[in-house]
Design a protein around this ligand. Structure first.
Ligand SMILES: Nc1ccn([C@@H]2O[C@H](COP(=O)(O)OP(=O)(O)OP(=O)(O)O)[C@@H](O)[C@H]2O)c(=O)n1
Ligand SMILES: C[C@](O)(CO)[C@H](O)COP(=O)(O)O
Length: 238
C-alpha cells in the first residue's frame, strides 16, 4: 500500500505572463515545482512522485528533481497534455501496482504545508474515497449571466455552504482511474475539462469529502501571488 503524488507542472502560466512555464519560475531562488515537490516529500506520507512537464521540458525537470537533496523518493517526469485534466490522466498512467492512494497536487501551489498533505492522505486512508481541502469563502459571491455589454446578477448563493478548494486532492486510486476514464472526452478542450479531479468523481455520483484547507496553500496565478508567496517565505524562514 503506497501513496503516489501526481504533481501537475505542465501549464504555460499565461496569466503570470513570464517567458518560461510557471512551474519553472523561481521563488526564493528555486522553481515553484521544486518547492511543491519538497513539501510533498516533507509530509512523509508520499512514496513516489510523477511530475507532468510542459512540451520539451521533461529532461530539464527530471534533472532538477533528481539533483535536489530534499526530494529523496522515486520521481518520474512525463509529458503533460493540453489541459490540466489531460496532464493528470497522463500522470495516472504511470501509477505502479502497489499505489492504492493517489494525490493530485499543483506546482502552482508551492507553499502547501506538509500537515495539509498528511490530513488529506489520512482521510483517504480512513476510508473516504475522495478528499479535498477547502476553505470557507469570505467574499459574497454573485451568480451572473451575460446581458448585452454587461453581466446581470441572477443570484447570491449562501456562502456558508460554499468552500474554495485547494490541492492536494486525495483519492482511492481505482476511483480516480474510473473518474478519469469516464470523463476522458472532456480532457481535450479547456472549456470542457474539469478544473479539478474531484469534479470528475462528483460526475460519477460518488461522494467527495472536504477536510480543512490552509491559506498557505494558495495558488500562484498572477505576479501579485508570486510577490505574496515571497513575503510568506521571508516571514516563515525568519
Ligand atoms: N495542460 C496543463 C495545464 C495546467 N497544468 C498544471 O495545473 C496546475 C494548475 O493550473 P494553472 O494554475 O491554471 O496553471 P497554468 O495553466 O500554467 O496557468 P494559466 O491558466 O495562467 O496559463 C499548474 O500546476 C499547471 O502547471 C498542467 O499540468 N497541464
Ligand atoms: C485544481 C485547483 O487548484 C483547485 O482549486 C484549481 O481548480 C486549478 O484551476 P486552474 O484554473 O487550472 O488555475
Amino acid at each position: 500500500m503506497t501513496t503516489l503524488a501526481i504533481l501537475t507542472a505542465a501549464g504555460s502560466g499565461s496569466r503570470l505572463g513570464r517567458d518560461l512555464p510557471k512551474a519553472l519560475v523561481e521563488l526564493d531562488g528555486f522553481p515553484l515545482v521544486l518547492h511543491a515537490a519538497r513539501r510533498l516529500v516533507a509530509s512523509d506520507v508520499v512514496d513516489s512522485l510523477v511530475v507532468t512537464a510542459p512540451d520539451g521540458l521533461v529532461g530539464i525537470m527530471t534533472e532538477l528533481l533528481a539533483n535536489d537533496p530534499r526530494v529523496q523518493i522515486p520521481v518520474e517526469v512525463t509529458d503533460g497534455g493540453p489541459t490540466r485534466q489531460a496532464s493528470v490522466s497522463a500522470g495516472l498512467e504511470l501509477a505502479r501496482p502497489g499505489d492504492d492512494v493517489v494525490l493530485v497536487h499543483d506546482a502552482a501551489r508551492p507553499l502547501v504545508p506538509p500537515d495539509l498533505v498528511r490530513r488529506v492522505v489520512g482521510a483517504v486512508r480512513n476510508g473516504h474515497g475522495a478528499v479535498v481541502p477547502g476553505l470557507p469563502v469570505t467574499d459574497t459571491v454573485k451568480q451572473v449571466r451575460p446581458d448585452g455589454d454587461a453581466e446581470l446578477v441572477t443570484g447570491t448563493p449562501d456562502r456558508s455552504i460554499l468552500r474554495a478548494v485547494q490541492t492536494p486532492q486525495g483519492f482511492d486510486r481505482d476511483l480516480l482511474v474510473r473518474a478519469h476514464r469516464t470523463g476522458a472526452a472532456r480532457a481535450l478542450a479547456e472549456h470542457l475539462a474539469a478544473t479539478d479531479d474531484a469534479g470528475l468523481v462528483e460526475a460519477l455520483g460518488e461522494p467527495v469529502y472536504i477536510v480543512a484547507g490552509d491559506a498557505a496553500a494558495f495558488k500562484i496565478t498572477t505576479e501579485r501571488d508570486l510577490w505574496l508567496a515571497s513575503l510568506v517565505l521571508q516571514e516563515t524562514n525568519a
